[in-house]
Design a protein around this ligand. Structure first.
Ligand code: FEO
Length: 400
C-alpha cells in the first residue's frame, strides 16, 4: 500500500511492526521501525528514493508494481546503502537492470561490496541536480551521518513541496501507520528520535552540526523532512533540526544517571544510598537508577546521554567488574558522550578492584572522573550507607 506524502510524492516503504532489534542485537527497537522509500513523479521523469530491508524485498517490489510500471521509473536514488535501505535493490534491479542508480562514489563502493553487481551507477556530489521536469532534485553529501556514503536529496517542487529526504538523519525506529508527526504521540516520537540520535548518530555529532549549519546557510525553503525511518516531519520540520543542534552540542539535563549490576544486593544498596545523598544535595535534579543486568542497554545509554553526571556500580567478580557493566562501558565509550562528570562505586568481598578498574575505564571513555570512587567490603551496614549518602552529597555539590 502506498501513501500520499504530497502532490508529487508517495511513500512506498515498509512498516515493520515486528522489529525488536536492529544492527543484529546492538540496538533495541521496542516500537518497531519502518523503511521509508519514496516515489517522486515529475512532469517528465520519475524517481524512486531508497528501497527497504532485504527480507521485505519481494513484498516491496510487488507493491511498487501496483503503484507504477517499473519501466516507468527513470532513476533510482540511493541516499545511503546500509542493507535496511538497499536490501531490496537486487530484487528491483533484476527487473529493471539498466535503470541508473544515483549515489555517492562511496555509495557505489558499498553497493558493490554488498551485492557484487555492476549496475548503471551515476555518482553525484553536493550541488549536483536532477531535473524531473517541474521538480528539481539537489544532492547534498552528508558523510558519516552515519556512514561514509550518506547523502540527502532536497526536492523543490514549488509551493508547499520543499522536501528534504534525509535518510537516517532525523529518523526514529518507530512503527506507525499514520506517517506524519502531527498524527502520532509526539512525546513517543521524540523519545525514539533521541534514542536513535544517541545510539546511532551521537558519535558523529560534530559532522551533524556542521552539515546542519551548511544546509541552514543555503536558506532553502523547507516544508517537510522525510527520513528513512519512522514518521515524516511536516508540522514544524525545523523543530527536529533544532533538537539535533541541541543534542549535538554536549547535551545534558538536570539529571544524574546511576547504573550498576549487583550480585547479592550490596552494590544496589550503595547505589541507592548515593542516590539519596544526591537528591538531598540537589533536589531539583532527577536521579535515575538502572540495574544493567535487567534493563535495556540502549535505554540506559539514552539516560546516560541525558545526564550531567553518571555513576557506575559493580561488585568485584573474577578480579574485574560485572559482565553487564563491561558491555555498558564498551557501549557508552563508543557513543562518545561529552562534558559528563562520573565516578564508580561497588562492593567486594576480599580483594576488590572493580571500582579502580571502572574509574580508569570511565577516564578512557571520555568522562570527567570526579574521584577514586566508593568501594566497600561485604554487606553495607548503616554506617557504610551513611557514608555512601555523604559521598553522594559531595559528588553532587558542584553540579550546576
Ligand atoms: Fe537506516 Fe544506516 O541505515
Amino acid at each position: 500500500m502506498s501513501k500520499v506524502v504530497s502532490e508529487h510524492v508517495k511513500w512506498v516503504g515498509k512498516i515493520d511492526w515486528e522489529l525488536k532489534s536492529f544492527h543484529g542485537n546492538e540496538l533495541s527497537t521496542d516500537k518497531g521501525s519502518s523503511y521509508n522509500a519514496y516515489l517522486v513523479r515529475g512532469s517528465k521523469k520519475t524517481v524512486l528514493i531508497d528501497t527497504v530491508w532485504g527480507p521485505y524485498d519481494r513484498e516491496f517490489v510487488a507493491r511498487l508494481q501496483q503503484e507504477i510500471d517499473l519501466k516507468d521509473i527513470d532513476y533510482v536514488i540511493m541516499n545511503h546503502n546500509e542493507t535496511d535501505h538497499s536490501g531490496a535493490l537486487p530484487e528491483l534491479m533484476r527487473l529493471i537492470p539498466d535503470t541508473p542508480i544515483y549515489c555517492t562514489a562511496k555509495g557505489q563502493t558499498i553497493i558493490r561490496g554488498h551485492y557484487h553487481e555492476e549496475w548503471n551507477f551515476v555518482n553525484v556530489k553536493t550541488g549536483d541536480t536532477l531535473d524531473l521536469g517541474d521538480i528539481k532534485l539537489t544532492f547534498i553529501e552528508a558523510p558519516m551521518l552515519h556512514w561514509p556514503d550518506t547523502m540527502f536529496t532536497y526536492m523543490d517542487a514549488g509551493e508547499g513541496e520543499h522536501i528534504l529526504f534525509s535518510n537516517d538523519g532525523f529518523g526514529q525506529h518507530y512503527a506507525t501507520e499514520s506517517l506524519f508527526d502531527d498524527c502520532v504521540d509526539k512525546s513517543e516520537v521524540y523519545h525514539e528520535a533521541m534514542k536513535y540520535w544517541v545510539n546511532i548518530l551521537n558519535p558523529y555529532a560534530a559532522q551533524a552540526t556542521k552539515k546542519i549549519k551548511d544546509i541552514l546557510a543555503m536558506n532553502l525553503p523547507l516544508d517537510i523532512i522525510a527520513p528513512s525511518h519512522g514518521i515524516i516531519w511536516r508540522s514544524n520540520p525545523t523543530e527536529i533540526v533544532n533538537k539535533y543542534l541541541e543534542w549535538a552540542n554536549a547535551y545534558s539535563e538536570k539529571q544524574v544517571t546511576i547504573f550498576y549490576d549487583t550480585m547479592w544486593e550490596s552494590t544496589r544498596k550503595i547505589g541507592e544510598a548515593i542516590a539519596k545523598g544526591i537528591c538531598e544535595e540537589k533536589p531539583e535534579y532527577t536521579v535515575k537508577l538502572f540495574n544493567a543486568g535487567k534493563e535495556d542497554k540502549n535505554d540506559i545509554a539514552t539516560e546516560v546521554f541525558k545526564a550531567k553526571a553518571v555513576l557506575v556500580g559493580s561488585p568485584t567478580i573474577n578480579l574485574g567488574y560485572a559482565y553487564s557493566i563491561a558491555g555498558m562501558m564498551e557501549l557508552i565509550k563508543g557513543l562518545r558522550f561529552k562534558n559528563k562528570k562520573a565516578a564508580a562505586f561497588g562492593s567486594c568481598g576480599w580483594g576488590g578492584g572493580a571500582v579502580k578498574q571502572l574509574t580508569e575505564k570511565l577516564k578512557t571513555a571520555g568522562f570527567e572522573v570526579a574521584n577514586d570512587g566508593f568501594e566497600k567490603m561485604w554487606v553495607p551496614d548503616e554506617s557504610v550507607l551513611k557514608e555512601a549518602e555523604e559521598y553522594g552529597r559531595n559528588f553532587a555539590k558542584d553540579l550546576d
